[in-house]
Design a binder for this molecule. Structure first.
Ligand SMILES: [Zn+2]
Length: 271
């Protein structure tokens, strides 16, 4: 087989599986290469890279910026600036998650910090998805319902955020290439000005965008625009499952999206 999956989360962010377990699933599915792209963390990707067996591991990460997220591939795990920024984001996300747990109490959604921490791997950090896992288990609301219906009822919790430019430059300065993940999820406001948004991030150094992945039915109408713009800006069409778990986000199935191996070759040409 000649397929890959370039967007996977491990338990070092908000996934359920260890890098080793992910590698074993990928081998069973006969993938030729994978990338573990944890949120603001390199632990999972590095562990997979050191473990590798019968499968190519592409170093990867997914970093939060002010308005979206940016994927980075082939980054140097030891790069100082990259590590400083992601540590900073993890700290800020931790305190904003604690703030959010407080705010939820104000709207009678009762959840304790300790319950959330039980879901968090010792090298990960508390995220909103961990909160959603607990709420689903307590049958207070569904995982997705938390993001769509409960969260909008709370105020925005403060968190330190970096611009797209800063994140993209940090990835490229760390020897990597930057890719825009799941553009179909961009907010209505940003997607209305997708051309302008894309032109900017390409000028900062983005060389690929995801055009293949778990696109919800209600957002499929955005795909022709995304594919057309990918061609227009001569970007590498990328993709992956955004796999997290077999319990939550079940629509994101590891290895499902037939991302061809030459995606990696095309990205390497931008190094
Ligand atoms: Zn992701």
């Amino acid at each position: 087989m000649n397929n890959t999956d370039l967007h996977i989360h491990s338990y070092y962010s908000d996934g359920s599986f260890s890098p080793k377990e992910i590698i074993n699933i990928a081998i069973k599915k006969k993938l030729k290469a994978i990338s573990i792209t944890d949120h603001n963390s390199l632990f999972g990707s590095q562990e997979a890279y050191n473990y590798k067996k019968n499968i190519e591991i592409i170093p990867g990460i997914e970093i939060n910026s002010k308005i979206t997220e940016i994927l980075g591939y082939f980054i140097d795990f030891e790069d100082n600036n990259l590590n400083t920024i992601i540590e900073d984001i993890r700290e800020s996300k931790t305190s904003s998650t604690y703030d959010k747990i407080d705010q939820l109490k104000d709207i009678n959604v009762d959840i304790e910090v300790e319950e959330v921490l039980e879901k968090v791997h010792e090298k990960s950090y508390p995220m909103l998805s961990h909160v959603a896992m607990v709420l689903e288990e307590k049958k207070i609301c569904g995982f997705q319902e938390f993001f769509e219906k409960i969260l909008p009822k709370t105020e925005r919790a403060y968190q330190k955020q970096y611009t797209n430019k800063k994140i993209i430059k940090t990835i490229t300065n760390a020897g990597g290439v930057a890719v825009l993940p799941h553009p179909w999820f961009l907010s209505e406001r940003i997607f209305e000005e997708f051309d302008c948004f894309l032109r900017k991030i390409v000028s900062y150094g983005v060389c690929g965008i995801e055009t293949m992945g778990a696109v919800p039915d209600k957002l499929k109408h955005r795909m022709p625009i995304i594919i057309e713009k990918c061609k227009e800006y001569n970007l590498v069409p990328c993709g992956g499952s955004d796999f997290h778990s077999d319990k939550y986000l079940k629509q994101n199935i590891l290895g499902k999206y037939n991302i061809p191996y030459n995606t990696i070759t095309k990205l390497k040409n931008h190094l």
